[in-house]
Ligand binder design. Structure first.
Ligand SMILES: *Cc1c(COP(=O)(O)O)cnc(C)c1O
Length: 375
């Protein structure tokens, strides 16, 4: 029997090959420039990326996790502060809060979706552990913006910062504005499989606020205001100019890449409807950019095994909510309403193959295998 070609869940190499000539040339240019720390390639990408969001400032850094830490520290958040986020997220969201010195308070996700539940957030703020509530850190998981209007209103009333975790939502739109332009400051990752991916680790923080931008820029490089003179305590998390050059080549394609992801999602939606699985919902007034296309089902593990046998890759993002990880179990605070929706989701979610270079016939093969599983 001829084995069908494997379909990976994601394929960053395909994205590289789609622009290989331009990317290789951009990398060579940096190599020949002699400027290997910050410099023109980084400044150019920072400018282009921030402009795309309609924001004045972009500060490139070494990863999405570092972007979150920079944003928190730039907001003056640290020891004695509480930061409210979700447990159903990449562990990085929570790790960064601890790195900044603050205490994470984890709240549940909405019953029908995957983002922070504003009602659970409200309850957690009313019944907060010791410490001063300082910020809300919503995660636009899978490419779908969280309920920014409700979260923003809670933040306004309580006088809290909003730090958006946009690591999965490059190009997503909420009420006609880009995700990342609502909060005080936004954090992006360019991990190779993200909607905008580098060829290694990279990240950026973006903000409209000149004071926060200056703080983030200083903290990124030892707290220097003037070279070799630290005005505040800082770290070293600079964006690599080689990665910046790669990202400048890829940025103009982000919109088309997201549209291709949305077309794949629409194909899954249409041809998987009627099966006993939950399909991603769409919130009114938002544009979901499908970093992941996540279905839900009670029989998740068997379906995953069936697809694996058919050479189809899937992912689970993420198999365990952060509050259950051995490292965090005893250290994070939980909202008073519990994390039932987060725990339930972790047992049911399955991320199907989705990336811009994925062809329709491959999508159809995934759909056919899923339909076959349900008979
Ligand atoms: C990828 C990711 C991060 C961390 O980004 P890195 O570049 O891997 O450090 C943070 N938050 C979320 C939601 C992510 O998906």
């Amino acid at each position: 029997m001829i084995q069908p070609a494997p379909i990976p869940q994601t394929d960053p190499r395909a994205a590289y090959l789609a622009q290989k000539t331009e990317i290789d040339a951009a990398i060579m240019q940096v190599l020949e420039s002699g400027q290997y720390i910050l410099g023109r390639a980084v400044e150019q990408f920072e400018r282009e990326f921030a402009a795309n969001l309609g924001l004045a400032h972009g500060i490139g850094c070494a990863s999405g996790t570092d972007a979150l830490e920079l944003a928190l520290r730039a907001c003056g958040i640290g020891e004695g502060h509480l930061v409210f986020t979700v447990s159903h997220t990449a562990v990085a969201s929570v790790a960064a809060i601890e790195r900044a010195g603050a205490k994470p308070v984890l709240v549940d996700i909405e019953p029908g979706g995957f983002a922070m539940d504003p009602a659970a957030l409200d309850a957690a703020l009313r019944d907060a552990p010791p410490g001063r509530p300082a910020a809300i850190l919503p995660v636009h998981l899978y490419g779908e913006p969280a309920d920014l209007a409700a979260i923003g209103e809670i933040a306004r009333v309580q006088g809290l910062r909003v730090i958006e975790d946009c690591a999965q939502s490059h190009g997503a739109v909420y009420r006609r504005r880009p995700a990342g332009s609502f909060g005080d400051i936004a954090c992006f990752s360019f991990y190779p499989t993200k909607n905008l991916g580098a060829l290694g680790d990279a990240g950026i923080v973006a903000t409209a606020d000149a004071t926060l931008a200056e703080a983030a820029r200083e903290i990124r490089e030892y707290g220097w205001r003037e070279r070799y003179v630290s005005a505040r305590s800082g770290i070293n998390t600079r964006l690599d100019p080689i990665q910046a050059a790669v990202l400048s080549v890829k940025l103009p394609r982000l919109r088309a890449d997201n549209e291709r992801r949305q077309a794949i999602a629409a194909r899954y939606d249409e041809r998987l409807s009627g099966l006993p699985i939950g399909l991603p919902r769409r919130r009114a007034d938002t544009s979901h950019v499908f970093h992941q296309y996540v279905i839900r089902g009670k029989d998740r593990d068997r379906l995953r095994e069936h697809l694996r046998a058919g050479s189809i890759g899937t992912g689970i993002h993420y198999p365990m909510p952060v509050h259950l990880h051995p490292a965090y179990r005893s250290r994070v605070a939980l909202g008073p309403t519990g994390l039932r929706n987060s725990e339930k989701a972790a047992g049911e979610i399955l991320s199907l193959p989705i990336y811009p270079q994925l062809a329709d016939d491959a999508v159809d093969r995934v759909i056919a295998e899923i339909r076959k599983f349900f008979g």
